[in-house]
Design a protein around this ligand. Structure first.
Ligand SMILES: Cc1ncc(COP(=O)(O)O)c(C=O)c1O
Length: 400
């Protein structure tokens, strides 16, 4: 083929590993294999009825045209109200930009902030898009490893040591995808003390902020660290909280000049997020909590089922996550074991083994920068979790 070359930046990034596993599981399913998928990153619940109705009504009432790039004013107001209720700080409307999902919000931020020569601190295990978005902008992700013993949280000393003259930003995620770990108020305050001394951007992804369990109290740097306000960005969205992944609504709360820059960038790419979706999101944020509370309660039950089940399997251990809907299991004891003669040489082999011999799709930790682990999403029914755990236990018991 003699087509002209693609842009060289493409060679620096890879397809999302989480999507790759889901696709592989889908292919097996299409072949008639009964695969239990623990690979998905979205709630299995339908979008609650009052939100769906608001979206349909918006279409019927003519909300089918372009809007302001950053979103309609009632949505910006709903986001400001929600932020005030949950974080105790009311952002002004010029601090809010709504985008086509939170991934788009992060992409706008990367375009606005990162460039060649910059380093972006990304704690690992990380959500797959943070490093790749930085790389696409020509910046260098500086992976800051955290340990299971420290709850997969960045310590103030490690953060201090990672910040250098080229550091442009830190990207934190709490509660985290993939580990489910979340920073307590004390842990955040300790990080804020370090961050206050260094003039870098602080981007905190709080997509899972309302999906926390066992009375864990979610807190935000926005509430705790007023001194960081002029370089602090909160990323949030409707996808996970309200089971609205397909509607594509995410947003940032950022200093006005950065919000304006991101709006300008968005104005040259997608323009506004889909207008009916914006109206559905207004309904989602409208204060009706019953559906959300029911989802969180169900996730809480599944979390125990999944983690207790994993802990019951010899060779697998798992810390109890504070939030999100993922269990991040340690499978280091399985690495080096033999499956019908072949050695499982790493977590990728473990994940392949589980797909092949337990018909269970999980994501290898390497995809998130954490060798020796697998991520299991419990955004699936209790029956599926029981079935998957049984199958994993049976398959693992055959390893020698
Ligand atoms: C930590 C985190 N941030 C952002 C996103 C992106 O969400 P959205 O679907 O709104 O683009 C995800 C989705 O997987 C996520 O896990």
């Amino acid at each position: 083929m003699n087509s002209p070359p693609f842009a060289s930046r493409l060679s620096a990034i890879k397809p999302s590993a989480t999507l790759a596993i889901s696709e592989r599981a889908a292919v097996l399913r299409a072949q008639g294999v009964d695969v239990v998928s623990f690979a998905v990153g979205e709630p299995d619940f339908p979008t609650p009825p009052h939100i769906r109705e608001a979206g349909k009504r918006a279409i019927d009432e003519g909300a089918t045209r372009y809007t302001r790039v950053r979103g309609v004013t009632p949505l910006l107001e709903a986001i400001a109200n929600d932020c005030e209720a949950r974080r105790g700080v009311r952002p002004s409307l010029d601090e809010i930009v709504v985008s086509v999902g939170a991934k788009h919000t992060l992409f706008n931020l990367a375009l606005a902030l990162f460039e060649p020569g910059d380093e972006v601190i990304v704690p690992s295990p990380y959500w797959v898009s943070y490093p790749d978005q930085a790389v696409l902008m020509g910046a260098v992700p500086r992976i800051l490893e955290t340990t299971e013993d420290e709850g997969f949280l960045v310590t103030p000393a490690a953060l201090e040591a990672a910040i250098g003259p080229r550091t442009k930003a830190l990207v934190l995620c709490s509660p985290s995808n993939p580990t489910g770990s979340a920073y307590s108020e004390a842990a955040l305050r300790a990080l804020a003390e370090v961050l206050e001394r260094h003039p870098i951007w602080v981007i905190v992804d709080e997509m899972y902020g309302q999906l926390v369990y066992d009375g864990f109290r979610q807190t935000s740097l926005l509430s705790l660290a007023p001194k960081l306000r002029e370089r602090l960005v909160i990323v949030d969205g409707a996808s996970k909280t309200y089971a609205m992944t397909g509607w594509r609504i995410g947003w940032m709360i950022a200093p006005p000049a950065l919000a304006e820059a991101c709006e300008m960038i968005q104005g040259q790419s997608t323009t506004n997020p889909a207008t009916p979706s914006q109206h559905a999101a207004i309904a989602a944020l409208g204060g009706e909590r019953a559906a959300l509370d029911a989802m969180v309660a169900e996730f809480g039950v599944r979390r125990r089922l999944m983690v207790d089940g994993l802990r019951g399997i010899e060779g697998i251990s798992c810390r109890m996550p504070e939030g999100a809907f993922y269990a991040f299991a340690n499978v280091k004891a399985l690495v080096g074991k033999r499956a019908q003669g072949t050695v499982l040489s790493d977590d990728v082999d473990v994940a392949s083994f589980l797909l092949e011999h337990a018909q269970c799709a999980v994501v290898p930790g390497s995809a998130f920068g954490a060798k020796g682990y697998i991520r299991l999403s419990y955004a699936t029914s209790q029956a599926q979790i029981r079935k998957g755990i049984e199958r994993i236990a049976a398959a693992v018991s055959t390893l020698r």
